[in-house]
Design a protein around this ligand. Sequence first.
Ligand SMILES: [Zn+2]
Length: 179
Amino acid sequence: MTKIFIDPGHGGANPGAIAASGLQEADVTLDIGLRLGRILKNRGYEVDYSRTENTTVSLAQRAQAANSWGADYFISIHCNSNPDPIYKGTSTYCFRLGIPAAVLAEYVNTALIEAIGTPDLGVMTANFAVLRRTQMPAILVETAFLSNPEEAALLAEPVFRENCAIGIANGIDNYLSAQ
Ligand SMILES: [Zn+2]
């Protein structure tokens, strides 16, 4: 059974980005992460999480938990933010191009945008600790911008969060089917 480790970004002492409405990234990522876990379990995957409550978990702990569990894939869920509220859209990060994680990132980014209809900002690389310290293909999904009022309103909706989870799950399915 393929083992997917879900990492809802931030939590506890670290709320992440906060929308003008007061909506906190940590709450959005946890809800999307739990929804994604339920969907993946229903589709026959084995699932574990870096957190299932509003708790503080360090970046090193997140990677280590995935490594010691023996995850096949690591999916970190975030919301984007920019000082300029005009920015909107979806992007997915991998550690570098030319590795399996980059291909997974392409599949997930494409399927997620299909599911939620956001502008496509594409796949990017970043030296994020959770991407660097994980021993399995790892991606970080920036679902939408909490700093953009329109996308913040969407991120507050359960239906939109469910569609985020469905899109990410579809991307994982599509990637694995193509291998
Ligand atoms: Zn974040």
